[in-house]
Design a protein around this ligand. Structure first.
Ligand code: TEU
Ligand code: CA
Length: 562
């Protein structure tokens, strides 16, 4: 079915093929931190199944399941040793089948996390590959001879610290790994690797999943010798071949993680005519708070004007031949309310404001577990309390290079990945109801105040704000398909925009500050009346000449146009 989305100046209606994921809302589960049903301290599949009614109540339509496959857990499962079996910590293949079936009963689809830029070094492919230079699996990975002085082939630095090359005594060569040395990069130039992965993908699709989130998919087209890592020369050919071999004939959601994507690059992935992916996760609105040289460990202050420029660019440039993903956080990113709002006095108001600001944009929204109840960042005193390999490795490397303990801890407090990985806070009993065992990672000590049970008991909670946003997306096509126009683009504290589809118009105004502020409206907005779709204070039904916005006030007004 097509939908008329845009009337061009010449009055030409732009049509778009409607997809089921256009008005869907995706919920990301990080299994080890979601719910522990057998009290071994580790979240599991049975725990997820036990919470499907909660997710149904929230109203989400898809679960993105972070990896549950067999893994030595060097990178918490993003290092896979068997793509077609389940880590015993999480359960079994039968429990995945049960999750798929139980979710379907609640009209919830499952997409799996596809980590195919690299495998674990404990995968049989790598075990065989490292045995000898003549192994039939040798070229499943990227091996190079040392330089004449024995040094690595080049100075590529791993994202998890140290050289991106690990010397293997057995065959006297180095293998390449962009992440940990237990995550050797697969060689995607090898047709056998492509065939093996395509076969595995179809095996999962035949089990009833509805698509994939594709880990660092921008890296699989790399040219290691030229040190071209992202958006490599072969990337889109590989994705089109993958699409032909697996997605064709299936109605899937596929979202590629692409840290380096620009709107132009994103069109290559998500333009429906190119038969690659549904959409990508781009990170430009995230990396604006990273230091250009030192990255996330030396955070830059959040600049709302810069943020709005990025969002507006993506909303307008990708809008018509591609599709945006909309998110504040995931398992690699800090908690939204701590990073962009106020985790203290205005936690509830600012969490609701952030939700409204993101969910009224054009694209598919993603909610990360705990975001819907306003879970916050955590500050553990000792580095030993942290578990994330990226945090621990970079702490060692950077403090050894002279960065002070205090400076590094500040970077971890603001941008460390364990902020997102503390166990889900279900209630105010032992371990927040996550487990009766010893949790694999410490809880956030604020769980007695911030938890699902108290949120469900409070009609004004963040939870019900998210529930309403999800429902609004279903009820108003202007939210899904409407044009985007920025408002107050230069205002340093207000993020406002409007959406328009035919005679439907929604004005969204968000105060991104903890102070009340006076907002003088342009003539074009003055006097407009309408239905207040959602607000985190009293409903506003009309726009006068100026507004006095409360701290973090946010609302969306559906304008009645004659
Ligand atoms: O993340 C890719 C990635 O680049 C991020 O880990 C990034 O390096 C950092 O977190 C942001 O500063 C994906 C997965 O989401 C992540 O969990 C894995 O650790 C990584 O790939 C390797 O599979
Ligand atoms: Ca468990």
């Amino acid at each position: 079915m097509t939908i008329d989305v845009k009337k061009s100046d010449a009055g030409i209606i732009q049509t778009l093929d409607k997809k089921w994921w256009h008005d869907a809302v995706i919920y990301q589960i990080y299994p080890r931190s979601f719910m522990d049903a057998n009290n071994d301290g580790m979240g599991d599949l049975a725990g997820i199944i036990s919470k499907l009614d909660y997710l149904k109540e929230l109203g989400i339509n898809v679960i993105w399941l972070s990896p549950v496959f067999k893994s030595p857990m060097d990178d918490n499962g993003y290092d896979i040793s068997d793509y077609q079996d389940i880590a015993s910590e999480f359960g079994s293949l039968e429990e995945v089948d049960k999750l798929i079936a139980e979710a379907a009963k609640r009209d919830i689809r499952i997409i799996m996390d596809l980590v195919i830029n690299h495998s674990s070094d404990e995968h049989p492919w790598f075990i065989e590959s490292r045995k000898s230079k003549d192994s039939p699996y040798r070229d499943y990975y990227i091996w190079r001879k040392p330089q004449s002085d024995g040094l690595p082939p080049n100075d590529f630095h791993s994202y998890f610290g140290g050289s991106g090359w690990e010397f293997d005594e057995a065959t006297g060569e180095y293998y390449f790994h962009q992440f940990s040395k237990k995550q050797p990069d697969l060689n995607w130039e090898n047709p056998k690797v492509q065939e093996e992965v395509h076969r595995m993908m179809n095996w999962w699709l035949d089990r009833g999943i509805s698509g994939f989130r594709m880990d660092v998919i921008d890296l699989i087209g790399k040219d290691v010798d030229k040190q071209i890592m992202t958006n490599g020369p072969h990337l889109h050919t590989l994705l089109q071949e993958m699409n032909k071999a697996t997605f064709v004939g299936r109605d899937l959601l596929t979202v590629g993680e692409a840290w380096s994507a620009t709107p132009e690059i994103a069109k290559l992935y998500s333009d429906p005519t190119r038969d690659e992916l549904s959409m990508v996760f781009q990170f430009e609105h995230i990396t604006i708070t990273f230091d250009p040289e030192q990255g996330k460990w030396k955070p830059r202050p959040f600049d709302l004007v810069e943020f709005k420029q990025v969002i507006s660019k993506w909303q307008t440039e990708l809008g018509d031949c591609g599709w945006n993903s909309l998110f504040w956080n995931n398992h690699d990113l800090p908690r939204a309310v701590s990073k962009y709002g106020d985790p203290g006095r205005y936690r509830v108001q600012s969490a609701k404001m952030l939700a409204t600001a993101m969910h009224f944009l054009k694209g598919t929204p993603y909610i990360y577990q705990g975001e819907e109840i306003g879970m916050t960042n955590v500050q553990f005193d000792a580095i030993e309390d942290y578990q994330d390999i990226e945090t621990l490795n970079l702490y060692q490397e950077r403090t050894a290079a002279g960065v002070s303990h205090e400076a590094m801890m500040q970077g971890i407090y603001e941008n460390g990945r364990d902020n997102a990985r503390t166990p889900m806070q279900w209630n105010n009993t032992l371990n927040a109801g996550f487990s009766e065992g010893h949790p694999w990672l410490k809880l956030n000590p604020n769980y007695p105040e911030i938890n699902v049970e108290s949120a469900l008991d409070d009609p004004n909670s963040i939870f019900y704000h998210y529930q309403k946003l999800i429902q609004l997306r279903k009820n108003h096509q202007v939210i899904v398909y409407g044009d985007y126009q920025p408002l107050f683009a230069e205002h340093e504290k207000v993020f406002a925009y409007q959406r328009q589809l035919g005679n439907k118009r929604v004005v969204v105004i968000n105060n991104f500050s903890a102070e009340p502020l006076e907002l003088t409206l342009p003539i074009s907005l003055q006097g407009l009346k309408g239905q207040c779709l959602i607000s985190n204070y009293a409903a506003r039904k009309q726009l006068s000449e100026s507004l006095t916005l409360a701290p973090y006030e946010s609302f969306a007004l559906l304008i009645k146009q004659c």
